[in-house]
Structure formats: structure tokens, C-alpha cells
Design a protein around this ligand. Sequence first.
Ligand code: PEP
Ligand code: MN
Length: 349
Amino acid sequence: MLILMDINATEEQVRNACRRVEEMGYRPHPLPGATRTAIGITGNKGAVEADALSQLPGVAEVIPVSKPYKLASRDVKPENTVIRFANSDATIGGEELAIMAGPCGVESRDQLFRSAEAVARSGARFLRGGAYKPRTSPYAFQGLGEEGLEILAGAREQFGLLVVTEAIDHISLALIEQYADIIQIGARNMQNFALLKLAGQTRKPVLLKRGMSATLEELLMAAEYIMSEGNYNVILCERGIRTFADHSRNTLDVGIIPAVKRLTHLPILVDPSHASGKRDNVAPLARAGVAAGADGLIVEVHCDPDRALSDGAQSLYPAQFDAMMQNLRGIASLVGRSVHAPQTAGAAR
Ligand code: PEP
Ligand code: MN
């Protein structure tokens, strides 16, 4: 159920409607829009007493939401969600593409800082790097843990980048909430509902990667888990799905981008690195993602990929990343977007 407030409704009337929803035993989610506020209602087992709510002052309409995902739906919020940050003018879902880049995993201070400097110089605004790595083999590099988070925080200070890093459980989540700007939930945890709820209780934006065999509806329901806890800043990410193709690590589902745009107001990024598995195929997939309307990219970049402790084969050399960024500027302008300008040394912001 959804309450649409009148265009002229006052803040007090919005608060009053939320109070009434709470008195009924449900949870109100006020979502301010460009012209009016909508209040999503969750927590109801059956039908909500719509009549009582539609009589309240400032309420224009009370309408049922038929989709299983509500807060993520465009029915509830027609305009795109744009995520902003207190300490940066970078956005996600705005006109400028959100470009996140860096190594798969944080391996050392030197390794991360070299990548961070390179990607900032090429125009990235966000630094990626896993401190907790969910690896297929228990014997593979598992990440540096909190030491990795400290290194990421140091690079943020030095290069003026916003940090995105993956939480794999409730312990890493609590630490990442303190250290990072964006909490990443990986493909393997897309349906870890307990973790999604905990991420929803934080106040940091959440980058939610599509599970390797998840449908669009399953992805949106996973986003709904986060939003139902009161965190509306969710960024979706298409990172390739499992198919019968054996020429690439995964198959980039470019078609999900327009489908996502139709159904939800949430931004969507493309991860061409995990989609392709091979560095030479990363830039073409990145271009396809931007051309199809993605709001940005998350890309693996490593200064010495042959020695990388994870995902070296799909990591771009800094020069390749720089060339990709230059190329994307042309495509971005064709689809009404822009890419942050390259930065001169020492002025990476
Ligand atoms: C990653 O970003 O390094 C990662 C593990 O991605 P995914 O969850 O998409 O496999
Ligand atoms: Mn990786």
C-alpha cells in the first residue's frame, strides 16, 4: 500500500500520516519526490485499512502496490534516486557516471595506493578494493581484514576518493560501516537475507551485486530487503550471470539495464571485469553498459596484475583504464551523461 500526499501537503501532514501508519502497527517509509511525498507502507500481513488513511489531511490518494517489491518500485517513486555524499560532490544515479575502480583485493598499502593514484588521475571518483574476499577455495587469499580497511581509509584521505568495499558477514559489515563510504554486498551474498537486513539498518549506501543466477525480480526483492529496514540508498550492479558460454567468465546481461530502469528508480552499475574475466574484453563490455544506460561502472585495475592475489587476469593495467575512460567520454555524451575529467597529479578531486 502507498499513500500519495497532496502536492501542497505540509511536513506536519506527512508526519501525521506516518504516525497514523505506525499506530496501525505498520512501518511508514516517507519518500520525498520532485513534486510530492509518497509514503510506502510495509509490515502489513493483509490489507491495510485504506479508508482511514485516505481521510487524513494532506493525503491525495491511497493506492495498492501490486508488485512484490514496493519501495524499490517506480510506482512508489517515479523519479530516479540520486545518491549523494557529505564529503564529495560525486553522485550515483546523477548525470555524471559513477566510476569505481581499483584492485579486486587490498594486498598492501603500496599496491592499493598505486592503483588509487592511477584511477583518480584518470577520473574515477570511487576506489574499490576488497578487504574481505569471498573465495571459492578456502586456501585462496581471503583479504587483509581490518588492516585492509585502514589502508583503504588512508587512500581515501590521500586521493579524495570515496571507498567501496565488500561485507561478507555481520562482523565485517560493522567495521565497513565505520571505514567505508559504500557497503558492497557481493553476488554470493545477494540472497543472504540476514546480511541484507543488517545492511538496511546502516546509514551507508549499499552496492548490491546481482547473484550469478538471480532473476531481475530476485535482485529487486533483495534490494527491497535493504530498503524495508529504512536504508533507501541501494545501488544495483549487473556483474554477469552464469550461462553455457565458455568464452568468458560470465555473460554480461546488458538487457537487464533498460528493464531495471523501467521497474525501479534505483541506479544500476555494470561490472565488466567479473562479467568478462579477461582484461582485453573489459573495455568493450564497459562501453556496452554505458551505451545501454548504466549509471556507472565498477572496474578492477591493478598495477601488477600478473602478481595479483585475486582476479589478475581480468584486472586492467592503469594505462588500459585510462584509455577506456577517454573512450567512455564520447559514448557518455551520446547518451546524455558525462565522465569526470582526468586529474593532474596532486589534484585528484
Ligand atoms: C568483487 O567485486 O571482487 C567480487 C567478488 O564480485 P562478485 O561478488 O560480483 O563476484
Ligand atoms: Mn574480483
